[in-house]
Each structure stands twice: as structure tokens, then as C-alpha cells.
Design a protein around this ligand. Structure first.
Ligand code: DAK
Length: 259
């Protein structure tokens, strides 16, 4: 497999794989093709006995600025249903090896949801986290309403999802979204250090520990996700989603009408 939108390094260090999201001009926006490559790469690494920990990163300017708005803007509810991106995210959710996010710059929308699919998070001091979907006339679609609320609590999740404002790396640390904040020159190295530490442990114990922590975190999550999915599709049947996304593309403020 030769990915177009990822750079995958498995050979530079024993037992550690590094995946770089690689659409720098689009701030690593997660188009369908990138997500498919990420899913397939993670599945492959999960089956590789040599790999014991996986680091996912972007670049200094952006981890990922969310799903690709241009690709999504013209879609209707039925298109979204047929594309069924949820199965891709479900596969990522089921990866057994530990995933470490090394985040610098923007981690927004689906980008922040991807961070929340990881098990440990190292942020640079320049990282910004947000769920700005509300500004596009939609809501998070990859589990954000459920996972963010579990991680930071109701009022903080409400603040992020209803205002769409970003939070800083230090705020994310205080709110429990990230493990560590380090200077921008160090975030990747720090994430790799964490990966090295995990790679020294028993892979089986790591796998079962991850599974058990996720069990505590995810109980009743399935029901919440179903609920979020229905609401997400519903918004693609309306006009505000079209307006919100078109306004972004045309670089103008949206005019929402509530229909
Ligand atoms: N999609 C497409 N292009 C994007 C993008 C995005 N999300 N974010 C940035 N870009 C592009 C910009 O359009 C611009 O392209 P050009 O105009 O140069 O061609 C380029 O990246 C650089 O961006 P800016 O010029 O805007 O850079 P600034 O530094 O001024 O601003 C920004 C950076 C991150 C504040 C701004 O770009 C921004 O607000 N971006 C959008 C952030 C956003 O709204 N993200 C949420 C997207 S919705 C699902 C799973 C997941 C999702 C949905 C469904 N299922 C499983 C069904 C997720 C949804 C989302 O994430």
C-alpha cells in the first residue's frame, strides 16, 4: 500500500510506527480518501507483531482542521448515509495497539475527534482544540458530542460545541483532553518517548489494559452514538448545513435561517 495523504514510518525505530497526516495546504483536512488510508494503515499496523505503539501526528501548523468541508458541502442526508464514514471511524475505534496523538496547531472538528480516538495525547504549546461544526450549521459526527462530554464534562463540552470557540493547549490540559503540553520543538519527540515506554511493556497487558479502560469509558456510548448519528444525518437534509459550508468556501459569514 502506498498512501497519498499519509507518510508512514515503520522502519526507523523498532516497535514504533509513526503516521503523519499529509495534506498540509488544506491543514490536513480529513477527506474520505485520507480517512480510508488511515483506516487501512492502522488495520495493517494492528496486525504487525513488530509494532507495539503507534504515533499519529500532522505538522506544526495543524494536526487536522476537521473533515474536508469542500467534499462535504454539497452532500445530502442520503449521500452521507450511503458513504457510511462511520464504519471507517468504527474501525479506528477498534484498533488494539495503543495510539498516541502528537498534536500541534489546529485539532478541530473531526481532527479533535481523531485525537479523542487516541489513547494518549501530547500537545505542543501552540495546539488549539475545538468543535466548530456549529459554525457550519451542523454538529460533530464522529462521536464528539459523546466523547467530549465524557472527557471534559457537560458545561465545558457545551461551551466548545455551542460556541465553536477553540481552547488552548493549556486549557485542554486543565480540562483533561491531553496528557502533556510541551514546547513546539518537542511535541513529536515527547510522543515518541511515550511510545518507546509503552513498547517496553508486555504487548498483551497493554492491549488488555487499553480494552478495559475503553470499556469503562464507552459503556452506554453506543446508544449515545446512535443518537448523534441520526441528528447528524438530519442536518444534511436542511438548508443551514449547505449555507454554513458554502459560506466557509466563499470566505463570508453564514446567514442561517433555521430551516
Ligand atoms: N476542510 C477543507 N478545507 C479546509 C478546512 C477544512 N476543514 N480547514 C481549512 N481548510 C483550507 C482552507 O479552505 C484554506 O484553503 P485555501 O483557501 O488556501 O484553498 C486552507 O485550508 C488554509 O486555511 P485558512 O486560510 O482558513 O487558514 P487560517 O489560518 O486563516 O484559518 C482555520 C485556519 C483552521 C481557523 C480555518 O481554516 C477554519 O476555520 N477551518 C475550518 C475548521 C472547521 O470548521 N472544522 C470542522 C469541519 S466539520 C463524520 C466524521 C467527522 C465529521 C463529520 C462526519 N462522519 C463519520 C459522518 C467531521 C466534521 C468536521 O470536522
Amino acid at each position: 500500500m502506498n498512501p497519498t495523504y499519509l507518510i508512514v514510518e515503520t522502519r526507523s525505530e523498532p516497535n514504533i510506527a509513526l503516521i503523519r497526516l499529509n495534506r498540509p495546504k488544506e491543514l490536513n483536512a480529513l477527506n474520505l480518501e485520507l480517512m480510508a488510508e488511515l483506516r487501512d494503515t492502522l488495520k495493517q499496523l494492528d496486525q504487525d507483531d513488530e509494532v507495539r505503539a503507534i504515533v499519529i501526528t500532522g505538522d506544526d501548523r495543524a494536526f487536522a482542521a476537521g473533515a474536508d468541508i469542500r467534499q462535504m458541502s454539497g452532500k445530502g442526508a442520503v449521500d452521507m448515509l450511503l458513504i457510511d464514514q462511520f464504519s471507517t471511524w468504527d474501525t479506528i475505534k477498534k484498533i488494539k495497539k495503543p495510539l498516541i496523538a502528537a498534536v500541534s496547531g489546529f485539532a478541530l472538528g473531526g481532527g479533535n475527534e481523531l485525537v479523542m480516538h487516541c489513547d494518549l495525547v501530547v500537545a505542543s504549546e501552540t495546539a488549539q482544540f475545538g468543535q466548530p461544526e456549529i459554525k457550519l450549521g451542523v454538529i460533530p459526527g464522529a462521536g464528539g458530542t459523546q466523547r467530549l462530554t465524557r472527557q471534559v464534562g457537560k458545561v465545558r463540552a457545551m461551551e466548545m460545541m455551542l460556541t465553536g470557540e477553540f481552547i488552548s493547549a493549556h486549557q485542554a490540559l486543565t480540562w483533561g483532553l491531553v496528557n502533556k503540553v510541551v514546547p513546539v520543538e518537542l511535541y513529536l519527540e515527547e510522543a515518541l518517548n511515550m511510545a518507546r515506554q509503552l513498547a517496553r511493556q508486555s504487548p498483551l497487558a497493554i492491549r488488555l489494559a487499553k480494552e478495559a479502560v475503553l470499556k469503562a469509558h464507552d459503556t452506554h456510548l453506543a446508544e449515545g452514538l446512535e443518537f448523534e448519528r441520526k441528528n447528524f444525518y438530519l442536518l444534511f437534509a436542511g438548508q443551514d448545513q449547505k449555507e454554513g459550508m458554502q459560506a466557509f468556501i466563499e470566505k463570508r459569514p453564514p446567514n442561517f435561517i433555521g430551516r
